[in-house]
Design a binder for this molecule. Structure first.
Ligand SMILES: *Cc1c(COP(=O)(O)O)cnc(C)c1O
Length: 223
């Protein structure tokens, strides 16, 4: 645990100013989050609603919480009062529910659309075609309490760095396409969330603006 501050500083030293760090703290105890907090980290990523609910009450109030996991619609209501960003929106139904719960809380919630580009069949997310279809359908423009701020993806878990790079480049091309086709006048559509402990250096090279890093900062998780 004594290493958390120095791990964090090492990671930050490799990130350009334009790339923000989401410290992925799932399964780690609050004392470890506090070590990162005391070293200056303010954006934390969690992927389980119950765990996040508990940590929110134990951590300082100026933490920006990002929900990075798969989110079920029936749990949106728990996050809606405080969540800073929801990374993995993968259906219109979820987008509508976030809008509904955000309205109840009188706020606008920032979200990213999750793309499925990786080869693994188990990963969630929109196919590029489904994502394009949702955006061109236009119904999302009526959702006044969600703001689509960009795209998120997880590359295939592999040692093949060329493959990771190809997948991230595909995501970046889709971002550019969607930006010019649907968000040309919206500066808030600017985020690309890709890169984890094993592949964030590639992500930094391929347009990421948010990297989600857990293990490199906090060590291995005990599930
Ligand atoms: C757990 C998780 C991460 C962080 O993974 P590490 O390999 O520990 O850096 C990033 N993104 C998502 C969506 C995750 O669930």
């Amino acid at each position: 645990m004594g290493n958390i501050a120095s791990n964090l500083k090492k990671v930050l030293a490799t990130l350009p100013d334009a790339v923000r760090l989401v410290a992925v703290s799932k399964f780690h105890p609050v004392e470890e989050l506090m070590a990162a907090y005391d070293a200056g980290q303010r954006i934390f990523g969690e992927s389980h609603v119950q765990e996040l609910q508990r940590k929110v009450t134990e951590m300082p109030t100026d933490v920006a919480w990002h929900f990075i996991g798969h989110l079920q619609t029936n749990k949106v209501k728990y996050l809606a009062p405080y969540i800073s960003m929801i990374h993995a929106v993968d259906s219109m139904k979820l987008l509508q529910e976030i809008d509904r719960q955000a309205a109840k809380n009188d706020r606008v919630i920032d979200v990213l659309l999750e793309l499925h580009i990786a080869e693994e069949a188990t990963k969630f997310g929109f196919s590029p075609d489904d994502c394009r279809e949702l955006l061109s359908d236009g119904a999302w423009r009526d959702l006044k309490n969600v703001r689509i701020c960009g795209l998120m993806m997880m590359a295939t878990y592999t040692d093949d760095t060329a493959q990771i790079q190809r997948e991230m480049e595909t995501a970046q091309r889709l971002f550019d396409e969607f930006k010019s086709d649907f968000f040309a006048n919206e500066p808030s559509f600017c985020e690309r969330s890709w890169g984890m402990s094993h592949d964030y250096p590639i992500a930094v090279e391929t347009g990421a603006t948010l990297v989600r890093i857990g293990t490199t900062i906090f060590g291995e998780r005990n599930y």
